[in-house]
Design a protein around this ligand. Structure first.
Ligand code: ATP
Ligand code: MG
Length: 307
């Protein structure tokens, strides 16, 4: 099989090697519309374009990531075709390998989502009361255990979380080796900012109390839909940088009609021809996305000890 390839081609592959562990990046924020899904898909496609083997996991019952990647959540999926199929508590649980789909984008596979994922939120309290499952199978480990089944097939997994602090989000945060918190600076006034911080630390302490290990390689805040010339936004971004220092990515994703329009047509700027959008608009948006994604990849490479 692979013997048809020239020897050099193998050394060019950026795939992780022995000792470099799978990177699972959860993209989360409890705020709706903070560009989690947009961040997830651009990052996943960017990494696939760089030659990594990428698995995108749609943990949101709204399934916008799946529809961006060509899966119609209401029509294309049967029972158990989402991550729920691999983390459910009953005997219908199935291997994740059977749920994963190839996408039209080379190097990028998908675990789709749809409303079925809500079942996990409903069933977990009952499962906790019944204590039918062993401690290693406790709710917040189930996502990680399922993802680990296909660990050997991927270099990086990107998990798009729903905008709630539910059991699915907890599972993703526990499974993750790194976290990206997306922030749209317009909505983050100082009051909701402190609310957000409280919720984050609450979330982490809930998981810790339940015995979850939270040793993230890195946590980064990603400024999205950024309008650098907007005064209030500039103040919020400055505040975030003073609070979180280097945990806020230096690059930001600019607010751009090119990104918004690409979202409507379910194609990203990595997929469409530049000619379809005004050149300067397209280039500026793409540059900001590449800069953000490049910083995240640098973080991954540092974890792998490649720098
Ligand atoms: N950089 C950007 N410039 C312009 N529009 C953007 C940008 N990023 C995201 N959007 C738009 O903002 C909206 C919300 O983005 P997105 O769906 O990624 O957020 P989300 O956090 O995943 O939302 P939800 O909480 O509902 O899952 C979408 O319409 C998207 O196209
Ligand atoms: Mg979303």
């Amino acid at each position: 099989m692979a013997s048809a390839k020239p020897k050099d081609a193998i050394t060019y592959l950026p795939w992780r090697r022995g000792g470099e562990r799978l990177q699972t990046i959860a993209v989360a924020n409890f705020k709706g519309g903070s560009a989690k899904t947009t961040t997830s898909i651009y990052l996943a496609q960017y990494l696939a374009l760089q030659g990594y083997r990428v698995l995108a996991v749609d943990l949101d019952p709204q399934a916008s990531l799946s529809s961006m990647l060509g899966v119609q959540p209401e029509f294309d999926l049967a029972e158990g075709d989402t991550l729920y199929g691999a983390i459910r508590y009953d005997e219908k649980r199935r291997p994740l390998k059977d749920i994963i789909r190839k996408t039209y984008f080379a190097g990028l596979d998908l675990v789709p989502g749809n409303l079925e994922l809500m079942e996990f939120e409903h069933e977990t309290p009952t499962a906790l009361m019944g204590r039918k499952t062993g401690s290693s199978e406790i709710f917040f480990r189930r996502v990680g255990i399922a993802l680990a089944e296909v660990e050997a097939d991927y270099d990086i997994m990107i998990v798009d979380c729903p905008p709630q602090l539910g059991y699915l989000t907890l599972g993703a945060v526990c499974a993750a080796t790194s976290l990206l918190i997306t922030i749209h600076p317009q909505m983050v006034d100082v009051a909701s900012m402190s609310q957000f911080l409280l919720m984050t630390s609450d979330l982490l302490s809930v998981v810790r109390k339940a015995g979850g290990d939270l040793n993230h390689d890195f946590i980064r805040y990603v400024i999205t839909r950024h309008e650098p010339h907007d005064g209030p936004q500039a103040q919020i971004v400055a505040l975030l940088r003073s609070l979180f220092g280097n945990e806020v990515l230096a690059a930001t994703v600019l607010k751009s009609t090119a990104i918004a329009d690409a979202g409507l047509t379910k194609q990203t700027l990595y997929e469409i021809e530049r000619g379809q959008v005004r050149r300067s608009t397209f280039d500026r948006a793409l540059e900001s996305l590449d800069a953000v994604n490049g910083e995240i990849l640098d973080g991954v490479k540092r974890v792998w000890g490649r720098t």
